[in-house]
Design a protein around this ligand. Structure first.
Ligand SMILES: Cc1cc2nc3c(=O)[nH]c(=O)nc-3n(C[C@H](O)[C@H](O)[C@H](O)COP(=O)(O)O)c2cc1C
Length: 360
């Protein structure tokens, strides 16, 4: 456990410990994609996590998948995010905005323009999605033309610039969990026959072009990238070539000298070892596991920083509680998405619990 509490550096950030807050969609933004009124408070409450990676944030109308997810492509979005970044900085934390283009993981009822979702190929993910009228099948997406691909890369670039304008310390490119970039990587979601499909090199091309554009725009030291090898979310199958594809992707990304690589790790230990040896810069490893597992990857030298999701959602003072060995609040999954302050900004800190007890 010792290593968790040691200092480290990521990009321009001096972190006082090795935990971070994992990105989590909370679906509480305003109708137009501006972060909700409580977002600044929610993130600032968790500032002792050091590096906060925000909820997935769309770079364009096309990029929205879920209801009430925030965007970062209008002046109003920038103003809304500025409140968040100011509040986090004031509370002593750092914040990276996660750029998430949902691609085919979307529904016309959920987007501002109500258009058919877009993807590398016209293949539906075969899953349902929550909409204002309940769960609905996700429709077959429209295949992106080569021109659309260039526009999408440019949207990512502009969104990264907007994030920096909004005061973010950097951006994390969401290449994981079944969304657009992951759809290009997947064997069963990308059947293109041009230079963006087919071979490993071709399926990785979009991820690299997006990353290069963002690096050019805001600098490598402010750019992170998230992958989730072997994760079947959103109907994605990596196929037999999966581990090989991820080794190639990580090698290509390594040449760009990014602030960090973030692996959502589901258990291919050999692949994680390989990634560690290819990737010389800071490596973030998030594994959905028990608290006892928190430091395993740090202690084995496989991770430099450990992002934590659900426990940081439910415990604004997670760092203090872990340091003191104090009991933790349990998360309430019924309030993960939507609603207001309930299950968002009302999880008590230890101090608050103590003073509540004192009142009784
Ligand atoms: C409510 C919720 C929302 C999530 N939204 C995102 C997201 O927007 N982007 C992302 O990359 N991962 C997202 N995840 C995955 C988490 O970042 C994390 O990988 C996962 O919860 C496992 O880690 P944990 O056990 O520490 O929570 C989400 C998870 C949860 C529980």
């Amino acid at each position: 456990m010792e290593k968790i509490w040691s200092k480290t550096k990521i990009g321009n950030m001096e972190l006082s410990h090795r935990l971070a807050m994992a990105p989590m969609t909370r679906s509480r933004a305003q109708e137009d994609g501006t972060p909700g009124e409580l977002a600044a408070l929610y993130y600032a409450q968790r500032a002792t996590m050091g590096l906060l990676i925000t909820e997935g944030t769309q770079p364009s109308d096309d990029g929205q998948g879920y209801l009430w997810s925030p965007g970062i492509y209008t002046d109003k979005h920038i103003k809304g995010w500025k409140k968040v970044t100011d509040a986090v900085h004031e509370a002593g934390g750092y914040v990276y905005i996660q750029l998430m283009h949902a691609g085919r993981m979307s529904h016309p009822d959920n987007t501002p323009h109500h258009r058919q979702p877009v993807a590398p190929s016209a293949i539906a993910p075969g899953v349902e999605m929550f909409t204002a009228t309940g769960m609905q099948d996700i429709p077959v997406p429209r295949e992106l033309s080569q021109e659309d691909i260039q526009t999408t890369i440019s949207d990512f670039r502009k969104a990264a610039a907007a994030a920096i304008k909004a005061g973010a310390d950097g951006v994390e490119i969401h290449g994981a969990n079944g969304y657009l970039i992951n759809q290009f990587l997947g064997e069963n979601s990308n059947t293109r026959t041009d230079e963006y499909g087919g071979s490993i090199e071709n399926r990785v091309r979009f991820a690299i072009e997006v990353t290069k554009a963002i690096v050019e725009e805001i600098g490598a030291e402010r750019t992170g990238f998230r992958i989730s090898p072997g994760t079947p979310l959103g109907g994605i199958q990596d196929g037999e070539q999966g581990p090989q594809l991820y080794r190639y992707l990580v090698k290509e990304l390594a040449q760009l000298d990014l602030a960090y690589l973030h692996v959502m790790h589901l258990g291919d230990e050999n692949l994680l070892q390989d990634i560690r040896s290819i990737w010389q810069n800071p490596l973030l490893v998030n594994r959905a596991g028990t608290l006892d597992d928190l430091s395993v990857d740090l202690d084995r030298g496989l991770a430099d920083v450990v992002p934590v999701g659900v426990w940081s959602l439910a415990n604004p003072d997670l760092v203090e509680r872990l340091q003191q060995g104090a009991p933790l609040n349990e998360a309430d999954p019924t309030t993960f998405f939507g609603l207001g302050s309930k299950g968002y900004t009302d999880y008590p800190t230890l101090e608050e619990l103590k003073s509540q007890e004192g009142l009784h």
